[in-house]
Write a protein that binds this ligand. Sequence first.
Ligand code: NDP
Length: 232
Amino acid sequence: MRVLVTGANRGLGLALSKAALERGHTVLACARNGAQPDGSLQNLSRQYPNQIFLIELDVSDEKSVEMAAAKVSENWESIDAIINNAGVLYERDAKIEELDFSLLELTMNVILYGPMRVIKHFLPLLYKGTNQIIINISSDAGSIATAYGGDYPYAISKTALNMFTKQIKHYVSDKNINVYAIHPGWIRTDMGGEKAPGSPEETANNLVDILEKKKVIDDELFFIKHNGEPMK
Ligand code: NDP
């Protein structure tokens, strides 16, 4: 499969790119800053020179997404998977009385509008692919069923992302494209912190199983855990 991953330079995006490469897939690894100081993407690039392609893409900037889509279509006719992984976490503990709306806007711009921009510009390429799938990396924080008081920007943007995921699932329903919002678990990344119980590698491998349709997932489900279990 030819898999496009956003935020591929660290955390889950990097682990996911590695897991997909190890299973023989081609990865279009998108990162907003191109070369990263720790060189992790460059290392993968050296290891899998014919399988990974680095693409500059800032999900918060529509021009950047448009240019990335143009670059991809210059080189390939199609993609088979879009993984909207890029995310930010601001105002974790802010009370509603203290909320900084500029950070709420920034969060929505990455977590919600980012995947919307990516799908807007990459859908024509996805339509030409095979066994297509869209995965929007969501969070249990976005679950209305288990909502708690706090994490306003992050939780609200993930809930809205779940809504958008369901809308896109309907929109492409006649094209046999799988569409999911997936909670990756609490995992050890810069965002999740060192105390998180889960490893990005385990989640990444489960996500590649979902890409490869190795997990049986009910057709009606759109919000799931990385192991395929339903979320509400
Ligand atoms: P990290 O903070 O480790 O990595 C975030 C990634 O998103 C980085 O690659 C970052 O790039 C990228 N990014 C942020 N803003 C943009 C942008 N404007 N354009 C392009 N890329 C951007 O987070 P995780 O790897 O933990 O998170 C991955 C996903 O999983 C996120 O959607 C997150 O919300 C979700 N998630 C994570 C959980 C966890 O426990 N870790 C739990 C639940 C959900 P850069 O290096 O340039 O900043």
